[in-house]
Design a protein around this ligand. Structure first.
Ligand code: SF4
Length: 472
């Protein structure tokens, strides 16, 4: 196999639109080794680089970073690939390795510890993530059709950030794995790049979502990615800590109570991310959880909740439950009510079991009649309303930081650390007429009901301005 060290370069031609010369952006050098399949991978990477506005360099010296697409088919090819990486390191110093030899990352790292990132073959997204983390994607407002943060359907000050797709579990009431497949985590560098772009575009709160947030990185064996030139593991704790450094609110959704979630709660106690955990417990009866085939069904969830609260007393715990799952007896339902009494969760949603077409739970014996399912759901929510009202009443008199969502003729509506948009309550803010959506404001809580708080504005604080509106 003959190494093809040609580094195709993009000649800077005059822009046919208005005769404008294209802006000189970051430039990538490329060494392509190996078989035609590797060549196709190289072509895809080069095409994507050009589509995103990167320049291509024919020389090592003209490149900001060099990608080496390697071959690892036989020993001679391995040696040739290692030599090519060494040459690129010597000539340029900033090297990303991909291709068949990249599948043996330990071999590459042992020979060349200075390489910036290593991916296996056919890994366009990971290579691009490594490039983005070393050389931020150039944005040209004249030719890019979308803003750097993409097109968002949420208000400008908050955004959902999806960190993975699919799910490795097979809960019997759920057909998501059949629809979306097994877990596929996004590389950590790619997630961070999107988060940075969102923050740069004015987002003040990042809502982390996936099907199973705790499982982030399992499919990639917690591989080390790169962000800002530094290694960053594809793992929830590490990702949450990095997101927490962006200076905005970070809120975690759909976190299953695996043991390593304790590390994430510690980050909440340190103030790195919001003290808010959305944990879908679904039930408390061991038998029903096993029938549901829930992840972490063997965990002692009450003990976990107590432990989380001892580490982070301000934590808001939200959960969802299913009432009337097939086979659920009245005694098992009461067990669930007892659990709620003891757990004193802050926010709870409950669905009456609904037989989704294709779900295996539909084949379970002893289905609960529809009227009983509904009646149990109503009983659960009645109990939870009392718990929720008691927990919110404890906040009266305290001072909270609130993110303003909307401004009304009477004041403003916002959310505290304990309120996720759309699903939790809100804080009605009296006073502070010159607030605007996206402002952070300090409020003193005057009263509460089952879902919401009412408060008076104490002070606003945004990154660019600070002024006292009213001191009580
Ligand atoms: S309910 Fe959640 S954890 Fe269970 S299979 Fe569906 S997506 Fe996965």
């Amino acid at each position: 196999m003959v190494p093809n060290k040609a580094m195709p370069t993009a000649k800077r031609r005059p822009d046919p639109i208005r005769g404008r010369k294209p802006k000189v952006g970051p430039t990538v050098g490329f060494v392509s080794l190996g078989c035609p399949k590797a060549l196709v991978d190289s072509e895809r990477i080069l095409t994507q680089l050009r589509a995103e506005g990167y320049g291509l360099s024919l020389s090592y010296q003209g490149a900001d970073v060099v990608i080496v697409n390697t071959c690892g088919f036989i020993d001679a090819a391995v040696q040739e690939s290692l030599q090519a990486i060494g040459e690129a390191l010597e000539e340029n110093g900033r090297v990303i390795v991909t291709g068949c030899l990249g599948a043996k990352a330990d071999v590459v790292k042992r020979a060349h510890p200075r390489v910036l990132a290593v991916t296996g073959p056919h890994a366009l997204e990971e290579v691009m993530a490594a490039v983005h983390s070393q050389l931020p994607r150039p944005h040209d407002p004249f030719i890019d059709l979308v803003p750097p943060a993409g097109i968002k359907l949420t208000p400008r000050h908050y955004a959902y950030l999806k960190i993975s797709e699919g799910c490795n579990h097979r809960c019997t009431f759920c057909i998501i794995p059949a629809l979306r497949g097994d877990l596929v985590s996004r590389p950590s560098g790619e997630v961070m790049r999107e988060a940075e772009a969102l923050v740069a575009s004015g987002v003040k709160e990042l809502l982390i979502v996936s099907q199973d947030t705790s499982a982030y990185g399992v499919d990639l064996k917690y591989r080390t990615g790169f962000w800002g030139g530094r290694p960053l593991k594809t793992r929830l704790r590490e990702l949450a800590a990095a997101l927490g450094n962006l200076g905005v609110w970070v809120r975690l959704h759909y976190v299953y109570p695996y043991p390593h979630v304790d590390e994430v709660v510690a980050l909440m106690a340190e103030g790195k991310i919001l003290p808010y955990l959305d944990v879908p417990f679904q039930h408390s009866s061991g038998r029903i959880l096993r029938l549901m085939k829930r992840p972490a069904s063997a965990e002692d969830n009450l003990a976990r909740i107590r432990a989380w609260r001892s580490v982070c007393p301000d934590i808001t715990i939200r959960s969802t439950f299913i009432a009337g799952f097939p086979g659920e007896t009245e005694a098992e339902f009461r067990e669930l009510l007892d659990f709620l009494e003891q757990a004193q969760l802050d926010r709870v949603g409950c669905f009456a079991y609904s037989p989704v077409e294709g779900a295996r739970a539909n084949e379970l014996p002893d289905p609960v009649p529809s009227a009983v399912r509904e009646e149990r759901r109503a009983r659960l929510m009645q109990l939870q309303e009392k718990i929720s009202a008691r927990r919110l009443a404890r906040k009266v008199g305290s001072t909270l930081r609130v993110l303003v969502d909307a401004v009304t003729p009477k004041g403003a509506i916002g959310r505290s650390a304990g309120d996720a948009p759309e699903i939790d309550g809100v804080v009605h803010i009296d006073g502070g007429g010159n607030l605007k959506p996206g402002d952070f404001v300090e409020v003193k809580v005057a009263r509460s009901d089952t879902h919401d708080l009412w408060a008076r504005c104490v002070a606003t604080r945004t990154r660019t301005r600070k002024h006292v509106l009213q001191v009580e």
